[in-house]
Design a binder for this molecule. Structure first.
Ligand code: GP9
Ligand code: MN
Length: 689
């Protein structure tokens, strides 16, 4: 006991002495003075990463996350430590180069997040060839002031450097041994901070860091720099991991499918369309919530609404896309698999084996094709379509594209449909049975070719009767000039093209033996604030109501997520008042399409990850590539581990755990099928039986 007391006294005395020395010799001041540039560098890096979290994730907990700040400090201190190896006069160039590089990471992610609500992936670099085509859309819509605020980091460093230069700071001589010692001290500090970080890591942190799909979580806990390094490794990993881990992936694959029947379950729709021709309409950016809207008594989508009312309409349908947008929706539509965890299936895995709707219909004697008046290499379609198994791809070179017929990205939908009808007539003559997918294009972001969409005012008009009995028309701007307003104009155009197409098919006699299948490929990525205006516009003040107003309608992030529904319709000319003429309100997703159509057309894919909707109805679960999921009972946000209940009765912990585990399993199995090429019979002996 006495010895401990003496020990503590000694320690206290030593600390007191050291603090006295620090005070006397101005050691803190000296430390700051000697390491000023490095300190500013670390500060600038941490500041930028924090700003990024602030602008993307909008919550105090996220952008002031202690762990993320610590991780950013570790990365910056690690880089800065090596600056001491340089002579003082060269240190600035080294630090500035790294700072510019890290700032670029923040800027790219900031822009990317606005566009995709996700953080950038190195694997997307292989997609830069498509940026030219959609580049204008990105620049026009996405680059904002908040994306360039990050230059504050390098600016800070430059200003401090100029100040130091004026004070002859760089004239100071440092011998090699001193520089080495400083570097080691820096690395020692990095190691100590890393240790602190590691001991505060939870098992959830570790698992999410390894799995990588929950990008928001990784940025929130590890900061943007660590995320990007992790992403770099996991982007190279598919190439390497398809060499390693095959056995494990194959085992999980067999376990997952071992109880799944090799025979389809039947229901009242089995074989109902067997042998009929099919036209699939891939409706660019069409969203379900627009179907309910009208402006000045005019519906936004009268033709789509007609099809929904006289056909089979899935009103609670989601498209399940990831960063591969259009191509991801084609993947899931055709194969009932989900987008890959990194990269996109169409670009990174076009050489894999797929089991697809066109292939299974080909076995029944169908001629299968896709029509899209855009460059055949966009989304690597030319190559991927071989793997999906289309007989023919009618792309831009098969269409007459005149300047006056161009809207947005390419040939206008009206012209595309009109030219396609002629091709369909020829195909109909040459083939007994056929299946074709027509991919629309005009209703594509940024919806800025407004003058070409035709007249569809999205303002608010009111006829006012004055005291003397005369009337006057008052016009309130409402949605005019907003991106959402322009989207409605563009959508109204696309809908009118759809109406003309159906009429054209009818006139050409192509509807008699044909089933039309229509899906919206993904939501239009519109700003939340525009929805707020749509639902909370106050014409008296020409402004948006605030939450204090009694009639204010909340449009929060859950409303936004649930509002990303897209239409899915199965329609024939003579469907009205039959058992097929109905609205399915159960939650459904793109991966339910292949099994549902398969049952109707008489084909079956045991390996589909979705189910025939008529076999699961209110037990369905729609899984999103980011790990979120939705059932008829709740929407679960796995990034935030939060949910929104959609029913009155209580949600149990158990259903959340079970559904989350199932979601992770399905995402893993899907990713393994694609990355390890598990459907390839030459590689996978278990498929041969
Ligand atoms: C490109 C078109 C649009 O050909 O399908 O692709 P998106 O930008 O929506 O993924
Ligand atoms: Mn698209």
């Amino acid at each position: 006991m006495k010895r401990i007391k003496i020990g503590i006294n000694n320690l206290c005395n030593k600390t007191k002495k050291y603090l006295k020395k620090v005070k006397k010799e101005h050691l803190i001041k000296q430390f700051f003075h000697n390491n000023m540039l490095v300190i500013v560098f670390v500060f600038a890096c941490v500041l930028n990463s924090t700003l990024l979290r602030f602008f993307c994730m909008h919550s105090l907990e996220n952008y002031l996350s202690f762990k993320a700040i610590l991780a950013d400090t570790i990365v910056a201190t690690f880089i800065a430590s090596f600056s001491y190896l340089f002579k003082p006069k060269n240190r600035f160039a080294y630090l500035l180069s790294f700072n510019i590089f890290l700032t670029a990471i923040c800027i790219i992610n900031s822009i990317y997040y606005t566009f995709y609500t996700s953080f950038a992936s190195v694997s997307m670099l292989s997609l830069t060839q498509y940026i030219g085509d959609v580049g204008d859309a990105v620049v026009e819509n996405v680059v904002q002031l908040k994306d360039i605020v990050y230059i504050i980091g390098p600016l800070l460093l430059i200003i401090v450097h100029i100040g130091l230069k004026r004070k002859n700071y760089y004239k100071k001589i440092e011998i090699k041994a001193e520089r080495k010692r400083k570097t080691l001290k820096g690395l020692g500090l990095t190691g100590a901070l890393l240790l602190l970080f590691l001991v505060t890591m939870s098992s959830l942190d570790v698992s999410r860091f390894v799995k990588q799909w929950n990008k928001e979580y990784i940025v929130m806990r590890f900061g943007i720099y660590v995320y990007q390094v992790n992403d770099l490794i996991s982007s190279i990993q598919p190439k390497i991991s398809s060499m390693f881990g095959y056995d494990q992936a194959n085992k999980e694959f067999n376990d997952f499918y071992k109880d799944k029947s090799s025979e389809p379950a039947t229901n009242e729709y089995t074989n109902i369309f067997k042998g009929k021709n099919v036209i699939v309409i891939h409706a660019e950016s069409m969203m379900t919530n627009a179907m309910e809207l009208e402006f000045n008594g005019q519906q936004v989508t009268p033709n789509l609404n007609n099809m929904a009312q006289s056909g089979m309409f899935f009103s609670n349908f989601y498209s399940q896309v990831s960063v591969g947008t259009s191509s991801d929706s084609e993947l899931t539509y055709n194969t009932s698999l989900l987008p890959t965890k990194s990269g996109t299936a169409f670009v990174s895995y076009s050489d894999r084996t797929y089991i697809s709707t066109p292939q299974l219909l080909k076995e029944q004697g169908y001629y299968t094709f896709s029509m899209h008046a855009n460059n055949a290499d966009f989304w690597n379609r030319r190559r991927m379509y071989n793997s999906i198994g289309y007989d023919r791809f009618y792309s831009k070179v098969d269409y007459k594209v005149d300047k006056e017929n161009v809207i947005g990205l390419g040939l206008s939908d009206k012209e595309f449909f009109s030219q396609s009808i002629k091709k369909l007539q020829t195909i109909n003559k040459e083939h007994e049975k056929w299946y074709g997918v027509l991919i629309m294009l005009s209703n594509h972001t940024p919806f800025s070719d407004v003058e070409k969409y035709g007249d569809f005012p999205v303002d608010m008009k009111e006829t006012i009767t004055k005291e003397d009995g005369t009337t006057e028309e008052k016009v309130y701007p409402y949605m005019e000039g907003t991106k959402l307003g322009n989207y409605f104009k563009s959508l109204h155009y696309a809908d009118s093209a759809l109406g003309e197409f159906i009429n054209g098919l009818d006139e050409a006699g192509l509807l008699e033996n044909t089933v039309i299948v229509l899906y919206g490929d993904h939501d239009a990525r519109l700003p939340k604030k525009d929805y707020n205006r749509l639902y909370n516009y106050d014409k008296e003040t020409d402004s948006v109501k605030t939450s204090e107003d009694e009639t204010y309608k909340e449009y929060d992030s859950y409303q936004y997520e649930l509002g990303r529904k897209v239409p899915f319709i199965i329609w024939t000319k003579d469907m009205k008042n039959t058992k097929l003429n109905k609205t399915i309100t159960n939650v459904t997703g793109m991966y339910n399409v292949m099994p549902t159509l398969g049952n109707m057309f008489g084909f079956y894919n045991k390996y589909a990850l979705g189910n025939d909707i008529f076999n699961v109805l209110n037990n369905n679960i729609v899984i999103f590539p980011n790990g979120n999921w939705v059932t008829d009972r709740l929407y679960y946000n796995s990034q935030k581990s939060e949910y929104l209940s959609l029913v009155e009765d209580a949600i149990t912990e158990e259903e959340i755990t079970n559904n989350t585990e199932y979601t992770n399993k399905v995402l893993d199995v899907s990713n393994n099928i694609i990355t390890f090429d598990l459907f390839n019979k030459e590689k996978n002996s278990t498929l041969k039986d």
